[in-house]
Every structure is written in structure tokens, then in C-alpha cells.
Ligand binder design. Structure first.
Ligand SMILES: Nc1ncnc2c1ncn2[C@@H]1O[C@H](COP(=O)(O)OP(=O)(O)OP(=O)(O)O)[C@@H](O)[C@H]1O
Ligand SMILES: Cc1cn([C@H]2C[C@H](O)[C@@H](COP(=O)(O)O)O2)c(=O)[nH]c1=O
Length: 212
């Protein structure tokens, strides 16, 4: 029998290192019987991936950013995430709505109440079961990004922007402590991986299983 479906999201400022650990989480969950969907935001469907390209590379104001990511999210939820969960698959999603509150809300200063309205319309109550927040100082994340790739529109923002985004994640984590787990992403890759896998194993263990 397959393990019960979970909706797990990975969050953090650009370069925190979250994407480096999703494959290891996928392998650990598959070993204990989860059938998986791996996906990302913005993106995950053909339409949402097209919106992602616009979002990452075209100039726009904060409201347009928020509407684009929630538009992409709606398509992703309806066509991809909800059907996968209904089929009993665990969904691993690289970013979700916490990113909107952190980037558009805290980073850009966009109205959090409006984001909350969009969240309820688009998600109809759907929230992740577990959110791993990769928390790291912006200067460490910037050094990691610099060694890895050319910056996109968001990654070109100044350090103060990422300080605000980080504070936005902290606020979301404080508001939903049952869902969020903070990972100290300033550690070595190996130490982060150990924390991530221990967290996922503890939080996905079925009641009565040996790991619980
Ligand atoms: N703990 C770590 N220590 C040192 N380097 C790391 C660590 N974690 C990730 N890196 C490196 O930092 C770079 C960025 O990592 P990664 O792409 O996983 O970050 P990310 O949080 O997913 O970024 P983004 O959200 O912008 O895509 C990569 O080159 C990766 O190898
Ligand atoms: C979902 C979401 C994302 N963003 C930003 C965060 C990143 O800068 C990019 C996505 O790039 P990644 O390499 O795939 O992490 O988009 C945002 O501002 N708002 C959102 O809701």
C-alpha cells in the first residue's frame, strides 16, 4: 500500500539552497512508498511556465507580479497539484504562496490583505502540509548565486530587498508554526541535507510506523 499523500513546499530567498535538496527528499520518500509529483512555482503547467518566463524577465509593478503568480498558481493547482493529491501522490513543490507573501508582500511592500484575498480565492483552503523554510543570510545566498548563474530580474535586486523577503518568510513561519520548519541553510550542504531528511522523515511518518 502506498504512503498517504502530502503536499510539501520548499521556500527561501534566492540562492538559499532549497533546490539542491529536493531530489534527496524525493528519493527518501519513494523508498518508503510515496508516489510523487515534483513541481515548481511559478510554473508546473505549460501555461504557468509561460507566465514564469514573463514574470522572471519582463518589467512590471507589484500588483502585476502578484496577479501573474496567482494566475499561474491557479492553473497549477487545478491541472496539476489537486489531481495529484486526489490520486494519492505526494507533491514536492519548489516555492508556493509563502513566496508571494515574502517577495511581493514583504519585498515589494504590496498589500498583505489583498494577497490574503487572492490566496483564499485561488486556493479554496488548500495549504501545504509541510513547508521547509531554508533560512540563510542574504550575503551568503548572494555569494552562492554568484557562483552558480546569471541573475534574473528578481535575483538582481539589492541586499535590502532580500532582507525584507527573509523577514517576510519569518512572519509567515510565525503565523503557521504547525506547518513551517526552519532549516538553518547557512550550514554545509551535508549538514543541511541531514536536517532536511530528518525533518521530512519525522513529519511524513505514518502513525504507528517504526519511524514515528
Ligand atoms: N549549503 C550550501 N553550501 C554551499 N553551497 C550551497 C549550499 N546549498 C546550495 N549551494 C549552492 O548554491 C547554489 C544555489 O543553490 P540552489 O540552486 O539549490 O538554491 P535555491 O535556493 O534553489 O535558489 P533559487 O530559488 O534562486 O533557484 C548552487 O550552486 C548550490 O550548489
Ligand atoms: C512563487 C513565487 C516566486 N517568486 C520569485 C522567487 C524567485 O526569485 C523566482 C523563482 O525562481 P526560482 O529559481 O524558481 O526559485 O520567483 C516570487 O516573487 N513570487 C512568487 O509567488
Amino acid at each position: 500500500m502506498s504512503a498517504p499523500a502530502r503536499f510539501i513546499t520548499f521556500e527561501g530567498i534566492d540562492g538559499a539552497g532549497k533546490s539542491s535538496h529536493i531530489e534527496a527528499v524525493a528519493q527518501a520518500l519513494e523508498q518508503v512508498g510515496h508516489r510523487l509529483l515534483r513541481t515548481r512555482e511559478p510554473g508546473g503547467t505549460e501555461l504557468a511556465e509561460r507566465l514564469r518566463e514573463l514574470f522572471l524577465h519582463e518589467r512590471m509593478d507589484a500588483l502585476t507580479e502578484a496577479l501573474l503568480v496567482f494566475g499561474a498558481r491557479r492553473d497549477h493547482l487545478v491541472r496539476c497539484i489537486e489531481p495529484a493529491l486526489a490520486e494519492g501522490r505526494t507533491v514536492l513543490c519548489d516555492r508556493f504562496t509563502d513566496a508571494t507573501f515574502a517577495y511581493q508582500g514583504a519585498g515589494r511592500g504590496f498589500d498583505l490583505a489583498v494577497l490574503g484575498q487572492l490566496e483564499s480565492w485561488v486556493q479554496q483552503g488548500r495549504q501545504p502540509d509541510l513547508t521547509l523554510w531554508f533560512d540563510v543570510a542574504p550575503e551568503i545566498a548572494a555569494a552562492r548565486r554568484a557562483g552558480a548563474r546569471a541573475p534574473d530580474r528578481l535575483e538582481s535586486e539589492e541586499s535590502a530587498f532580500f532582507e525584507r523577503v527573509r523577514a517576510g518568510y519569518a512572519a509567515r513561519a510565525a503565523a503557521a508554526p504547525e506547518r513551517f520548519v526552519r532549516i538553518d541553510a547557512g550550514q554545509s550542504l551535508e549538514a543541511v541535507r541531514a536536517d532536511v531528511l530528518a525533518t521530512v522523515r519525522a513529519r511524513t511518518a505514518s502513525p504507528g510506523s517504526a519511524a514515528s
